[in-house]
Design a protein around this ligand. Sequence first.
Ligand code: UD1
Length: 336
Amino acid sequence: MKKILVTGGAGYIGSHTVVSLVEQGYFPVIVDDLRNSSLVLLEGLKELCGDRFSFLSIDICEKSHLFSVFESRAIDAVIHFAAYKSVGESCDVPLRYYQNNLIGLMNVLEACQTFKVEKFVFSSSCTVYGEPEVRQVFESTPKRLPESPYGFTKWMGEQIIEDIHRNPQPFNTLCLRYFNPIGAHPSGFIGELPVGIPNNLLPYITQTAAGIREHLTVFGDDYPTPDGTCIRDYIHVCDVAEAHVRALQHEGSLPLDVFNIGTGKGTSVLEMVRSFMDVSGLNLPYQLGARRPGDITEIFANVEKSKRELGWTAQRSVEDALRDAWNWEQQLKQHD
Ligand code: UD1
């Protein structure tokens, strides 16, 4: 059974990926110091996966601690999630983002070289396209400078990976550029657990519906889109998780390759609000507010390459994701 090291495996996308890996017969070794996640997700993982994974509380920025994991276990491949991801926070404390996201990545890459793993999968983001000239982006669409230190850590992460692949590497690398992962596992055992006030749209919507927040503010209704609100490519987190399994199974000839992980379809903020009301049967209080600095107008993925070369496409709808996210929010309330 192949052992897959999953850094940040107790986080949002990481935990869903652990479930997909177990379902496909892999043995995930989670490395996570729980600074940005919680035992709730680990308990959920135990419900879903039993003892078919292991967990180590380790800070990957401590190189000797990370290397000790590779020394004591035969790791076949690595999926690297562990990173900070709040755009706004990264503007307030940029050094914290650069230190954590880049030192963590470099330590993991050095371990992959030293211990000769087969494959490395990097959590990248559509943020590397910046504000694109086109609305639908291909992997070949030129990268642009991102708007935030968070975005730069992903942009530089891809650059570091590209640079080390100028020399032959013992491992193949796939960078997966996620669009907007949303939703939760349909079981309600794992989902998104934002720390403090959510920055992202969907957790804000579900917390408002649960009465934790008074109302949602829609950031800007004067964008050049049909209803004036921003458009994004929202993708179910279980679809994102399954893309990682395909990435591990991928037998492409390139030592380094990049894939868009989205649905190929754009949805506006107001469409998300209306769909949530339809799915939940609730009235969601919202107000139209000012634009949020750094937001781009519209971006969605072209997913032909992922379909053709990874044999992967999103299987779930935005409505499925909204239903699962709402189910998760209600389960969380019962935990309190
Ligand atoms: C951003 C990053 C993305 C990153 C993700 C993770 C960019 C371009 N995108 O996505 O790379 O992976 O964060 O945190 O840097 N909105 C509201 N009200 C709210 C919250 C959000 O109207 O209370 C709107 C936003 O203005 C935006 C949309 O909802 O139009 C989605 O926002 P969000 O969920 O924060 O994701 P992105 O900013 O697209």
